[in-house]
Design a protein around this ligand. Structure first.
Ligand SMILES: Nc1nc2c(c(=O)[nH]1)N[C@H]1C(S)=C(S)[C@@H](COP(=O)(O)OP(=O)(O)OC[C@H]3O[C@@H](n4cnc5c(=O)[nH]c(N)nc54)[C@H](O)[C@@H]3O)O[C@H]1N2
Ligand SMILES: Nc1nc2c(c(=O)[nH]1)N[C@H]1C(S)=C(S)[C@@H](COP(=O)(O)OP(=O)(O)OC[C@H]3O[C@@H](n4cnc5c(=O)[nH]c(N)nc54)[C@H](O)[C@@H]3O)O[C@H]1N2
Ligand SMILES: [Mo]
Length: 764
């Protein structure tokens, strides 16, 4: 343990003075003030800039400061004046840079010049934009279109994303995986089967009207802190919040609003959760089954007593399908098995059921704790089952609320970034642009990784992101990556993915969303979609960090115009780049029902929602009803060795000091972890059982029998309040442990929340 490593228990609330201190520290380290000041004042407000951190809703009536600690950190990180320029790359070979940490690579500052990999020197060297585009165009044109992948990490705007999908389809494939494939793709598969829409049904106004929130596997205090304002208001009105999480996350326990002077001067904080259930990893299906079983029992008791029914019989009769099978499943489920898989007592599940049964309108919120399991699709559908029992979808104050990740990840799907041809408006694109779009299924993230490993994928283009760090089976992927023919990364900051170029490798530096984007028709605005399906305009306030940067639309257009087969199709790429309103017109022409009067509504206060039939109780499912789904298994882990005595289920988590693979620092204030990320959080009984001691360094090994050895070394055992049989450690450091085939059934989202592991003492 180095001298500044420290593990203690954090007793404060989420927000509060700790938040102010943490923010001040990053502002100083990145030197982002004063450049960031004007941006922060306008962040998430109508007419201002949409935050680049999370996708939580942006209210119509904003607070004076409508940003949170982590949103401000993301702003500071992007608006730092620090840069990595030609000199930096002249001084460092890629071999050297590969020894740097994720934090150190990004912390050095913004990329400013287009770079080409020079294999002889083992360096990136500066190149002109014109030469970069010409070479990339030539190289991609020489490849079989099916062997190129166009990845998108959910930050790029609707305008850029639309252009990007068109580029891929005109080039000749649907190989458009995005970060959603590692994230909420489970939602996009589960919800259409259950309720006929791929997105949540809750608007911000429902949070004002709700009686109760059920909260599963989402770390609100770190990952969507602005939502704490909504939860605080709910809690203050006395409405219950029932949380399910293996870890006692601070943001779900207590909050002090750092933007309220009155609250900051007062001792105390708002309690958030009224019940906190430390479910076992992957135990949500069993926990919700138990709650549903108890709701059914309450309903039977009410009927016997001649009282009002607890289940919504009218709704179930008129609007749902499959209820009888579901009831049969609940009756057959055995309490002992439910308690075993959930890691909760029958009383705990019954207590949650009583609150659920008493609430008039309930919202079900969830995050990666449900989606990133082999049984993730079933977990999400189980939550919907619970909501359907009392008609909690399609009315005020009720609904299902997946909390999305990247700030425009949901929007990218809305404008055609998808590998599934049936989800893209291919006929409409054919009609509008006069070409025959490819109809074959494209590669998602897992399939793209398999393609790289097998040598079938020859080129990778990344619109943002850090694919090699974010994806599973890091070692296998890194070994295969350099044999790619072409890698092109459009990026703001240097990361590990850039350090393993293909034979031809480019890094193309772009403007961030917070930087003024001047084109032929003047300063441009862009748009994004939030977690609650509202679309917002975003206008930047900060001067670009360097005059050499191009905007993302300009880079996508530059590549498109350099590939002869794309260029000849006559899309007015240059006009679009000159005026993004023309791209919005094209989006409106492609989806007239979703984006009517797009440009006119861009600055509508609070954004404008896209149509959501499930909110109106119109069910676009095969049965034309909302469907109850009987789960196939009571545990979402669905892993081999799950009950072996020497195996723990590992969940990979984010700290309060990171945004995905972007690591702001080594502290995780809310969990009391300081100065290190190489920890494995374990139950005291497991530490004793394995003959380990708190503070000891160990290795983790994936406990599957597929003939591949996967380990992560030098992890510090840290006693923590987590259920026995479970452990937790940080992402991305643990991605070498996730087998590529270990993913959610149906959605292929890597099962990063239940990895079976064995632990060995170092040197043992
Ligand atoms: N500051 C910041 N904001 C972010 C991000 C970030 O990294 N930093 N990332 C963005 C992105 S892309 C995304 S997808 C979201 C991610 O936001 P979250 O959905 O919150 O994802 P995680 O941080 O991975 O943590 C999920 C939570 O699930 C819990 N959990 C783990 N396993 C289980 C389980 O089996 N059952 C239950 N019930 N809970 C479980 C963990 O303890 C943790 O509290 O946040 C977005 N916002
Ligand atoms: N084990 C494990 N693995 C996981 C997860 C987990 O919980 N556990 N979570 C998964 C999830 S939910 C997600 S979403 C993925 C995240 O996967 P990605 O989205 O691929 O990764 P990020 O870390 O968000 O990408 C960071 C990089 O994006 C670039 N960037 C930042 N801003 C911009 C911009 O405005 N434009 C452009 N062009 N580039 C920009 C910078 O170069 C930065 O280094 O990881 C997944 N992997
Ligand atoms: Mo995500």
């Amino acid at each position: 343990m180095t001298s500044d490593e420290r593990i203690d228990k954090y007793e404060g609330p989420a927000g509060g003075w700790g938040s102010v201190k943490s923010l001040a520290s990053i502002m100083v380290r990145t030197q982002a003030l004063p450049r960031a000041a004007a941006t922060l004042a306008q962040q998430n407000k109508t007419g201002g800039v949409a935050c680049v951190s999370c996708a939580w809703a942006k209210p119509a009536h904003s607070h004076i400061a409508e940003f949170c600690e982590n949103g401000a950190k993301a702003t500071a990180w992007e608006l730092t004046p620090k840069r990595v320029d030609a000199d930096f790359f002249a001084q460092h070979t890629l071999t050297q840079l590969r020894t740097w940490s994720d934090h150190d690579l990004e912390f050095r500052g913004r990329l400013t010049e287009p770079l080409r990999f020079d294999a002889a020197q083992d360096r990136y060297v500066p190149v002109t934009w014109a030469d970069a585009f010409a070479d990339i165009g030539k190289q991609l044109a020489a490849l079989e279109p099916a062997s190129t992948v166009f990845y998108a990490s959910g930050r790029a705007s609707l305008e850029t994303s639309y252009m990007y999908q068109l580029l891929a389809r005109m080039y000749g494939n649907n190989n458009l995986p995005d970060s959603s494939n590692m994230c909420h793709e489970t939602t996009s598969v589960a919800l259409p089967e259950s309720i006929g829409v791929p997105v949540g049904t809750v608007h911000l106004s429902d949070f004002d009207a709700t009686d109760c929130v059920f909260f599963f596997g989402q770390n609100v205090g770190s990952n969507s802190p602005r939502m704490l304002h909504d939860l605080q208001a709910i809690s203050k009105r006395g409405a219950p919040i029932i949380s399910f999480n293996p870890l006692r996350e601070r943001g779900l326990e207590a909050f002090k609003n750092p933007q309220s002077p009155l609250e900051m001067l007062h001792p105390g904080s708002t309690r958030i959760s009224s019940q906190y259930h430390q479910v076992k990893i992957g135990g949500d299906i069993a926990a919700i089954t138990g709650i549903c079983k108890a709701v059914l029992a309450l309903d039977e008791a009410a009927q016997a007593a001649g009282g009002k029914r607890v289940i919504d019989v009218d709704f179930i009769g008129t609007h749902t399908h499959g209820f009888e099978d579901f009831v049969a499943f609940l009756r057959e489920s055995d309490w002992d098995a439910l308690c075993h898989h959930a890691g909760l007592s029958r009383e705990a599940m019954e207590a949650a059921a009583v609150v659920y049964a008493q609430a008039r309108a309930v919202i079900g919120v969830y995050g990666m704790g449900l989606t990133q399991h082999r049984g993730g699709v079933q977990s999400v559908q189980m939550l919907v089952n619970l909501l359907l029992m009392r008609g909690n979808i399609g009315r005020s104050g009720a609904g299902v609320c997946p909390v999305r990740g990247h700030s425009n990840v949901q929007g990218q799907r809305t404008v055609g970034i998808t590998e599934k041809p049936e989800l893209a408006p291919l006929d409409r694109l054919a009609e509008l642009y006069g070409f025959e779009p490819p109809r074959d299924k494209g590669l998602n993230t897992v399939a793209a990784c398999q393609g790289v490993i097998k040598g079938e994928v020859r080129a990778f283009v990344g619109l943002g992101g850090n694919f090699l760090r974010a994806a599973p089976d890091t070692n296998a992927l890194e070994a295969a990556w350099p044999s790619l023919d072409v890698t092109v990364h459009i990026a703001t900051k240097l990361n590990r993915s850039h350090l393993l170029p293909g034979k031809t490798g480019y890094v193309l530096p772009c403007l961030g969303r917070m930087e003024i984007d001047r084109q032929a028709s003047g300063e441009q605005a862009v748009s994004v979609e939030d977690s609650t399906t509202f679309i917002h305009g975003s206008r930047a306030r900060a001067e670009p960090v360097a005059p050499t940067l191009l905007s993302e639309p300009a880079i996508v257009a530059g590549i498109a115009m350099a590939i002869p087969s794309v260029a000849e199709k006559g899309v007015p790429w240059r006009d679009w780049v000159g005026n993004y309103a023309k791209v919005r017109d094209a989006i409106e022409r492609t989806w007239p029902d979703v984006f009517p009067n797009f440009n006119a509504r861009l600055w509508q206060s609070g954004g404008f929602p896209r149509p959501n039939p499930a909110r109106e109780r119109k069910w676009n499912t095969k049965t034309e009803r909302a469907n109850f789904h009987v789960p196939r298994d009571l545990s979402a882990t669905l892993v081999v060795n799950r009950d072996a005595a020497d195996v723990l289920q590992l969940t990979t988590i984010r700290s309060n000091d990171q945004f995905n693979t972007t690591i702001y620092g080594d502290d995780d204030r809310f969990r009391g972890i300081h100065g290190t990320r190489k920890v494995v959080l374990m139950n005291l009984a497991d530490i004793a059982r394995f003959g380990l001691r708190d503070g000891q360094h160990v290795s983790l090994h994936t406990a599957v029998d597929d003939g591949v050895a996967r380990s992560v070394a030098d992890m510090r055992v840290t006693a923590y309040d987590i259920p026995a049989g479970c452990c937790a450690a940080y992402y991305p450091e643990c991605n070498p442990l996730v087998p590529l085939w270990h993913h959610a059934i149906g959605s292929d989202v890597p099962a990063a929340k239940s990895i079976p592991v064995r632990i060995s003492a170092i040197g043992a």
